[in-house]
Each structure stands twice: as structure tokens, then as C-alpha cells.
Design a protein around this ligand. Structure first.
Ligand code: ZN
Length: 212
């Protein structure tokens, strides 16, 4: 909410997809218009403490390992963010790709992890677990889109290392123009899936003539 107690509609619309923004903006707000507050979720009372921050930092280190491999990963991630924010694409595309890279999408796998649903099978191909890698790289329709684009990328099986790793690789291998196109394709794939889901129109599976 802004200083006058109104929702930042434009900001929400610029960060989230049309459908997600509609859901967020439909959340009823308090009539008392209490000011926004920063809450540190690692403490029960919402107050920041250095002790809990240390635990967060420590567990993050365990996730990525330590030593040279970790340094390489950090450098790769920095390289990716730099390439992403320098790209000549609309901000909504950058925000979408950033959310994909940080696994901040409401995929079936993520919803299952949060116990919102019990199964995580892809709702379109109904074959694989719907992770961000599956959605963007390995679902049959996505495989066709990547291969039939001017990039001619074979993405089937490329998500095993994680979507962020794949993106770091792309940022290093593709020309700036091709990287920009890849960003727009990611945004388009996600938008097409969302539209199909919300309109119930079904999701066209791969066209055999375009499949690798
Ligand atoms: Zn699928």
C-alpha cells in the first residue's frame, strides 16, 4: 500500500502475471488502513535478530556448498543477474525470468511442497512432476517452442541441473540478441500456460513436425 493507504496496483501488475496480479489485488484489505510493516519471518514475533540471520546465512551456505564450487556458482549467478537486468526486454519479462530462476513460481511441485495440493503431476502433459524446469524446458510443448524458434535449442532433459544453472549457461553461450529472445520465449511459455489454465482451453501439445 502507498502512503495514503492505497494498493500499489501498477507495481503488482508489473511484477506478476495478469492472473496472479488479479488474485493478489482481489485480497480484501483492512478498513483500518494500518501502515505496511516489515516482518522478519525467521522469528515468531517478526522482529529481526542477528542470531536468526546467522542461521539463515549458515543454512544457505550448506545449500550451495563451500569452497571453489560455491565461488563459481556465486560468480555465475552474478553474471546471470547482470545479463538479465541489462537485457533489452520489457521489465515484466525480466521480472518473470527472475522469478523462474529463483523458483518463485506456483508450480505443482512448489504447491505440493507447501502442502497446498497432494500431487505434483504436470497438469498439461500429465507425465512428469511439474517443476519450473519441466514447465519451461521439458514439457512437450515447451520443447517444441524452443526448437522451432530461431535459437533451435534442444531443451529436453536440460533441466536436470536446475533452471538457474541452465540460464547461467545460456547467458554465457548466447549472443546478447539471442539471450534477449530466450528471455521473451520464457515469458511467452509461462503466459501461454497460464492463459490455457485460466481459460480452460487446454494446452496444445507438441506439433510432431516441430519436435526435435
Ligand atoms: Zn508437462
Amino acid at each position: 500500500m502507498d502512503d495514503e493507504g492505497f494498493i500499489w496496483t501498477d507495481l503488482v501488475n508489473s511484477i506478476f502475471s495478469e492472473e496472479e496480479a488479479a488474485l493478489i489485488l482481489s485480497i480484501p484489505l483492512s478498513y483500518f488502513r494500518t501502515p505496511d510493516t516489515l516482518i522478519w519471518t525467521k522469528e515468531k514475533n517478526g522482529t529481526f535478530t542477528t542470531k536468526s540471520a546467522y542461521h539463515v546465512a549458515h543454512s544457505s551456505g550448506e545449500d550451495y556448498g563451500t569452497g571453489p564450487a560455491s565461488s563459481k556458482m556465486d560468480a555465475g549467478v552474478k553474471w546471470l543477474w547482470k545479463a538479465l537486468w541489462k537485457a533489452c526486454v520489457p521489465t515484466k519479462v525480466k521480472n518473470c525470468v527472475w522469478r523462474c530462476c529463483t523458483n518463485a513460481l506456483p508450480t505443482q511441485a512448489n504447491l505440493q511442497k507447501r502442502k497446498v495440493i497432494t500431487t505434483a503431476t504436470c497438469i498439461f502433459c500429465k507425465c512428469e512432476r511439474e517443476t519450473v524446469e519441466h514447465v519451461l524446458l521439458e514439457c512437450p510443448r515447451s520443447v517444441s517452442i524452443w526448437f522451432s524458434s530461431s535459437l533451435s535449442l534442444r531443451t529436453g532433459g536440460m533441466g536436470s541441473g536446475g533452471f538457474q544453472i541452465w540460464m547461467i549457461q545460456m547467458a554465457g553461450e548466447l549472443s546478447k540478441q539471442s539471450f534477449d529472445l530466450a528471455l521473451v520465449l520464457i515469458w511467452s511459455i509461462r503466459k501461454e500456460r497460464n492463459s490455457s489454465l485460466w481459460t480452460g482451453s487446454g494446452y496444445p501439445l507438441s506439433n510432431p513436425s516441430m519436435a526435435p
